[in-house]
Design a protein around this ligand. Structure first.
Ligand SMILES: *Cc1c(COP(=O)(O)O)cnc(C)c1O
Length: 419
């Protein structure tokens, strides 16, 4: 459910007509709905209501905008960060340090030290080597790092290969069979307090079955680790719940996810941690674009829009589908290819798709663009960095300004020896 709806023939974000934002800010522009974000956060939390002790750490990489993080901080969410930059954002948004989880396969010593000094709640270790380094760093500074060991459960998430993370050949976590041994060795080191195990098998999961298989394996490992005499007080079950990108698609409801977890973890006696990203932000945002022109094609016309793969990379990266809707549909339909202006054939949003009929100057939106949208934007082809807007009822605000090519140019230098 979201708050992007047609009213009197014009697409609105909550109570604000999309053309009002487009006229004021220009296009392309991301528009987020505060009510939708809040609703998704609450529905996710309510889905976990059966579980005795939980902590939700929003996956910042899905949408790191400061206003989005502030909103989620106010909903009581912590943050799952994967870089020093995301850590600074989470802190700047007011997320309490103890609610922050630091994930990621390549944390540098400087990033780990910043996390230690900030007093973050948990480092999710991706290797024994990383754990040893963190322990040494913490001990050298008279600190203790709280940590969990990320395990690769060798489970096929059944999602796109490029967003699958829990197969043995993926770079993430330690091999399942070696996890108990590594946990025991790290737990014996000064400077680190091993408190849990972590798992995250991939993103945009359409079924709960692979998650259940992974969590069941983690339960077996939990018992093994405890049997060898090591404490486990936290189990981090990652993120990954998918969202519908096409009208009519059905995805696991947070309540079903929570019920499955309650069943699998009934005797674990731990604090359960979650790292949802897409399920909170995905349907909370749209990318507004304007049609530049329409040119004939061999089988059907090309609708050339002013958004491109640098603004929304998912179709080019993962062949992802985003529904495309006219902002003021006239009821007619057309068969078209939707493309951006970038000089790459992969700058294609849709081929031979039936869409609302649009012409030059018309506004349209790509739906479900709130997750892995603006966060992946870049300035390829010397385009501007796309701005972001948040709507709240009848009011709205620019929450990230457009960064013009001139600003990027001004950070570049021609060395003296080329003058
Ligand atoms: C990307 C990621 C998430 C969030 O995934 P979603 O599919 O957006 O829920 C959670 N945890 C880790 C470790 C991740 O890398």
């Amino acid at each position: 459910m979201d708050h992007f709806e047609l009213r009197n023939g014009v697409l609105h974000a909550e109570d604000v007509p999309i053309p009002v934002i487009a006229a004021a800010v220009g296009t392309p522009v991301y528009v987020y709905s505060r009510a939708t974000l809040t609703r998704h956060a609450r529905v996710f939390r309510e889905g976990l209501a059966l579980l005795p002790r939980t902590h939700i750490a929003f996956a910042v990489k899905s949408n790191p905008n400061l206003a989005v993080l502030r909103l989620l901080a106010r909903e009581g969410f912590g943050a799952d960060v994967v870089s020093g930059g995301e850590l600074e954002r989470a802190l700047a948004a007011g997320m309490p340090a103890e609610g922050i989880v630091f994930s990621g396969v390549g944390k540098t010593a400087a990033e780990m030290l910043r996390g230690l000094e900030a007093g973050i709640g948990q480092f999710n270790l991706e290797s024994e080597e990383e754990g040893v380094e963190l322990a040494q760093l913490a001990a050298a500074h008279g600190l203790t790092a709280r940590a969990a060991l990320r395990v690769n459960p060798d489970v096929d998430a059944g999602t796109h290969g490029k967003i699958s993370t829990g197969k043995a050949e993926n770079k993430f976590g330690v091999p399942y069979d070696r996890a108990a041994g590594i946990y025991g060795r790290l737990a014996a080191l000064p400077g680190v307090q091993m408190r849990g195990l972590a798992v995250h098998i991939g993103s945009q999961l359409a079924s709960l079955d692979p998650l259940e298989a992974a969590f069941t394996r983690m339960g077996v490992l939990l018992r093994e680790v405890r049997a060898q005499g090591d404490a486990v007080t936290h189990m981090d079950l990652g993120g990954g719940v998918g969202v519908p990108y096409k009208a009519g698609e059905v995805f696991p409801a947070p309540a079903d996810y929570g019920a499955m977890i309650a069943r699998v973890t009934a005797d674990w006696d731990v604090t359960l941690m979650f790292e949802p990203g897409r399920v909170i932000t995905g349907n909370s945002g749209v990318l507004v674009t304007q049609v530049v022109r329409v040119k004939p094609g061999v089988t059907c016309p090309f609708v050339i829009v002013d958004a491109a793969m640098n603004d929304l990379a998912r179709p080019a990266l993962y062949d992802a589908w985003h529904d495309f809707l006219a902002v003021e549909p006239n009821g007619a339909k057309m068969l078209a290819n939707i493309v951006g202006p970038i000089c790459e054939s992969s700058d294609t949003f849709a081929m031979a798709r039936e869409i609302d009929a649009v012409g030059p100057g018309d506004l349209a939106v790509f739906r479900t663009a709130g997750a892995y949208g603006a966060t992946m934007a870049n300035t390829y082809n010397s385009r501007a960095l796309v701005p972001e807007v948040m709507v709240d009822g009848a009011r709205w605000a620019v929450v990230a300004e457009r960064i013009a090519p001139a600003a990027i140019l001004s950070a570049e230098r021609v060395p003296e020896w080329l003058e």
